[in-house]
Design a protein around this ligand. Structure first.
Ligand code: MRU
Length: 347
């Protein structure tokens, strides 16, 4: 099931808020609809929102071209609007900046030429995501020498990317090599990406998966039911601190306590080379209704105070290794991450 489909008719996004009960696509001809989809998590996962935003830039450029306005300034405004959808995943900003750079390079060209170049750039971004994930998958699977049970949090799968996934890409590849006994999927409160999306993706491929609530992870580790943890990331700093779905930090602490390796799988596009530590990462806070209700049903007393950060930051000291398309890096991360800087945008 593809999360993002581009054609001459526009962009189709698999509505991930309806999974697993319904598989429906949202048709977007207007970049504003894509922005809404990113905000509502209809499309989600750091690489997927980056690629969706890139195609939104193509839609926006077509609109500007038809309205006859001042092309580049109008496109920059659209970029600004798209960047305001979600603050934490750096892939969003990276992809939009790549689109802007592609347009700026052709500043003096005809509009048609710029439109074609933008479409080519978005298609290239989508294609790169697939190849990058395949490389991550291979490097990640090489970490395991025998059959293991592995725990993952949230959904860093095909749905969160253009194809294969990052953390789930590693699991898929390792499964193909006979190295996966079972996947434990944290349900991932409050929006249940683990239960709705990861469990679904694994079941579609016949990979044995056991769903647990987030609060069960510690006990599952204590009972030695898990040999490794692997998660995706939304932003990784120069020091190797990792922002990912809320609850990841707790899983990392639990893994440390139980001597279980904690791996992060992410493309170079997820590294933010402009910030040193996790302290500087902006953490998105979302509506209190995500915590006080589910499926339209109240699950908490009306008016209760709620704190709903969508992400947390796992300090590098809890991370065993980070798997990228350029290989596996291990602590101390700073020097290795510095080297990755050369690769960003130029793969
Ligand atoms: O809020 P979401 O569902 O977009 O959060 C997604 C995650 O935290 C993923 O783990 C991360 O984006 C990596 S996806 C390959």
């Amino acid at each position: 099931m593809q999360s993002i489909i581009w054609s001459q008719d526009g962009l189709k996004l698999l509505d991930q808020t309806l999974l697993p009960s319904r598989t429906e696509y949202i048709s977007c001809q207007d970049y504003r609809r894509v922005a809404d989809a990113i905000r509502r998590l209809e499309v989600r996962g750091a690489p997927a929102i980056g690629v969706a935003a890139a195609f939104a830039m193509v839609l926006g450029a077509r609109e500007v071209s038809e309205s006859g306005g001042d092309f580049l300034p109008a496109l920059r405004n659209i970029a600004k609007e798209l960047k305001q959808t979600r603050p934490t995943a750096v892939n969003l900003f990276w992809a939009i900046d790549r689109m802007l750079a592609a347009a700026s390079r052709l500043e003096a060209a005809q509009k048609d030429e710029i439109l074609a170049a933008l479409e080519d750039e978005a298609l290239a971004l989508a294609e790169e995501d697939k190849t990058v994930n395949q490389k991550i998958a291979k490097y990640g699977a090489d970490l395991f020498s025998s059959e293991i049970s592995i725990l993952t949090h949230c959904n860093a799968g095909a749905l969160a990317t253009v194809a294969f996934g990052t953390a789930l890409g590693v699991i898929r590849h390792a499964w193909g090599e006979g190295k996966i006994r079972r996947v434990f999927a944290d349900e991932t409160r409050p929006l249940l990406q683990g239960a709705r999306l990861t469990a679904w993706e694994m079941m579609q491929e016949g990979i044995p998966v056991t769903l647990i609530t987030d609060s069960m992870a510690g006990w599952v580790m204590k009972k030695r039911m898990v040999d490794a943890v692997i998660v995706g990331a939304d932003r990784i700093t120069l020091d190797g601190d990792v922002a990912n779905k809320i609850g990841t930090y707790s899983v990392a602490i639990l893994a440390k306590e139980h001597n279980i390796p904690f791996y992060v799988a992410a493309p170079v596009a997820t590294f933010d080379f402009s910030i040193k530590s996790g302290e500087d990462i902006v953490i998105e806070e979302r509506s209190s209704r995500e915590v006080t209700s589910f499926g339209g049903v109240d699950t908490a007393p009306g008016g209760v105070d709620v704190f709903n950060p969508a992400f947390d930051v796992t300090p590098n000291s809890l991370v065993t290794a980070i798997v990228t398309e350029c290989g596996v890096i291990r602590p101390p991360f700073a020097a290795a991450i510095d080297k990755l800087n050369d690769k960003k945008g130029g793969r």
